[in-house]
Design a protein around this ligand. Sequence first.
Ligand SMILES: Cc1cc2nc3c(=O)[nH]c(=O)nc-3n(C[C@H](O)[C@H](O)[C@H](O)COP(=O)(O)O)c2cc1C
Length: 301
Amino acid sequence: MKMLNELLGTRYPIIQGGMANIATGPFAAACSEAGALGLIGVGGMTPAMLEEEIAKCRSLTDKPFGVNIMLMNPAADDFADIVIREGVKVVTTGAGNPAKYMDKWKSAGIKVIPVVAAPSMARYMERNGADAVIAEGCESGGHIGEMTTMTLLPQSVDEVSIPVVAAGGIADRRQVKAAIALGACGIQVGTCLLASEECPIHENYKKAVIKAKGSDSIVTGRIGGAPVRILKNKMSREYLRREKEGADMMELEKYTLGSLRRAVFDGDVDTGSLMAGQTCGQIKEIRPVKAIFEELMEGIA
Ligand SMILES: Cc1cc2nc3c(=O)[nH]c(=O)nc-3n(C[C@H](O)[C@H](O)[C@H](O)COP(=O)(O)O)c2cc1C
């Protein structure tokens, strides 16, 4: 089996997950410099911002990096063209189906790696020309599906012949080994990078991730069909209360509007949305991304 680092030209078989409002050009560059594939996440960006972040990333590293396109972003069509124009080499996609962009991305020589939450989606993406898929289990932070990494990963591996990257619930080398044993060619991580020196989130957010125990995350939005894993706080409790009472989607949307930005930029740990996965219970300190990647890969790659 070809490992992810061979596919991507990176030192380690690791992708830094594209995190909305967090995965800037400088953060992606830091992760690429430290041996992973850094990703710029378009979540929360305008097309002009993406162009700027790509330029910043290029000024800081000559190592491979990519772009994560959240397909529910209204400017997805523009982002799809920018990655071609800018000569980006790797695109990952989240929250939707990238099939309509696949032909033009492939003609531009872009490696396309969609995030999938079900084995059937992995197969569908393979049929549409994906170079690999990221099977993301519901232990992960942010938007999630129903299956756990433990069940999704081997079933996705059985379903396709392209490489499968494991995501969700990975924050130390035991979990990396488990992912490889289940057939993964590499990993994508998000939560464990929140507590890195280079991660551009507010200190309060980092401290909340370090303080959280493994059972301190919760899923909002299940009723409305857009589940998101976040840390328990005043905001998540109030959201769930309103959801149970039958608040309509618009009201909930208004309530959460800007809540991730409040957490990321203002450090509001009460009414901000602290997206994080179940590995929060394993994260004990703020470290450079280089140390995090080295520890993940010790004795493996
Ligand atoms: C704060 C946060 C924001 C995220 N935003 C996005 C996003 O915009 N697009 C995406 O594809 N995945 C997003 N994710 C998922 C990550 O890219 C990654 O797949 C996930 O964090 C891996 O699981 P882990 O959190 O257990 O490490 C986000 C995750 C976190 C923690």
